[in-house]
Design a binder for this molecule. Structure first.
Ligand code: ADP
Length: 297
């Protein structure tokens, strides 16, 4: 399977350019769209999900012209929006049966099988008799996935699914995505680097409506090999170091010191130690480079 986006642009009425000539090819597997708030991720995902039209550009999924043949795309699409509706006081199982009937799955036995599979994959089987309205945030997100699995989608889009989840719920949710991500295209957006670190086979970093980089997480990290250096400093020395080095991130320690990470082709000074680059370094460096030379400046 292949999703091809070509030259997508979108400017909202208020003048915000949310998509700026986005072109990218996405193949089967788990694709992470990583970027800060306002980067344009939701706009891009709503465009692929046929919920809003771009000003220009085209989008193709294995021969389906997404922008002009919305119906064909919707048949193979599973979309989990950022916020979704209020649920009635019905058990997860009953509600899934209801949705499956709406989708035209009339045969009871077939419906049982589809609903049970959806409950199992999303780890909700043992709470299938509880009201969805009373589910925790993480369970509701997993229920959203169960719901979209009912029509066996080929393209699954989940928009910031981990926002607001506590760490254990987040972990459980990512495991569910991992389970379904093998022979479909799963696109999921996040501003949390850790979300994409273990999960994604492919990754793009987005900001200002543009795709700034597109690599496998492993490749992305390799580009910084030998260039990441760390040093522990006093917290009031940060500004001085920022003036001297290309500081890409800093983290507080409990004892009033800071760990800074610096990008440099060569060792910045004797006191620095070389570090194995992490995806977070890639993210910060990519965003920083973009700030220095934005395309539409
Ligand atoms: P993200 O999902 O990465 O946070 P969005 O696609 O939601 O990014 O937003 C991209 C930019 O477009 C932001 O500056 C946002 O404020 C703006 N934006 C989003 N939706 C609208 C809208 N309906 N009207 C005007 N501006 C919008």
């Amino acid at each position: 399977m292949k999703l091809t986006l070509s030259n997508l642009s979108k400017t909202y009425k208020n003048g915000v350019k949310a998509l700026d000539d986005v072109s990218i090819e996405i193949e089967s597997g788990m694709f992470g769209l990583l970027g800060p708030n306002g980067a344009g991720k939701s706009t891009l995902m709503r465009t692929i999900a046929t919920l809003q039209a771009p000003d220009s550009g085209s989008a193709d999924l294995d021969g389906i012209d997404i922008l002009n043949d919305k119906q064909s795309l919707r048949k193979v699409l599973g979309y989990l929006p950022q916020q979704f509706g209020v649920y009635p006081n019905m058990s997860a199982e009953a509600l899934l049966h209801y949705f499956a009937r709406l989708k035209g799955i009339g045969d009871r036995e077939q419906r049982n099988e589809i609903v049970n599979t959806a409950l199992e994959v999303t780890n909700l089987f043992n709470v299938k008799n509880k009201n969805v309205a009373g589910y925790s945030g993480g369970m509701k997100q997993r229920f959203g996935i169960a719901q979209l699995l009912l029509n066996d989608p080929k393209l699954i889009i989940v928009d910031e699914p981990t926002a607001g989840l506590d760490p254990s719920e987040r972990h459980r949710f990512l495991n569910v995505l991992r389970e379904i991500g093998t022979n479909h295209i799963v696109i999921f957006s996040t501003h949390i680097v850790d979300d994409v670190k273990e999960l994604c086979t492919d990754l793009a970093i987005m900001n200002g409506g543009r795709i700034l980089s597109h690599h496998t997480p492993k490749k992305a990290v390799e580009t910084l090999k030998g260039k990441i250096w760390a040093l522990t400093i006093d917290r009031d020395e940060l500004e001085k170091h920022e003036g001297m080095y290309n500081v890409i991130s800093s983290n507080f320690n409990q004892d009033n010191t800071l760990n800074i990470r610096v990008m440099s082709e060569t060792r910045p000074g004797d006191e620095f130690s070389e570090k194995v680059p992490e995806l977070e370094d890639v993210y910060f460096v990519t965003l920083q480079n973009d700030e220095k030379e934005p395309a539409n400046a």
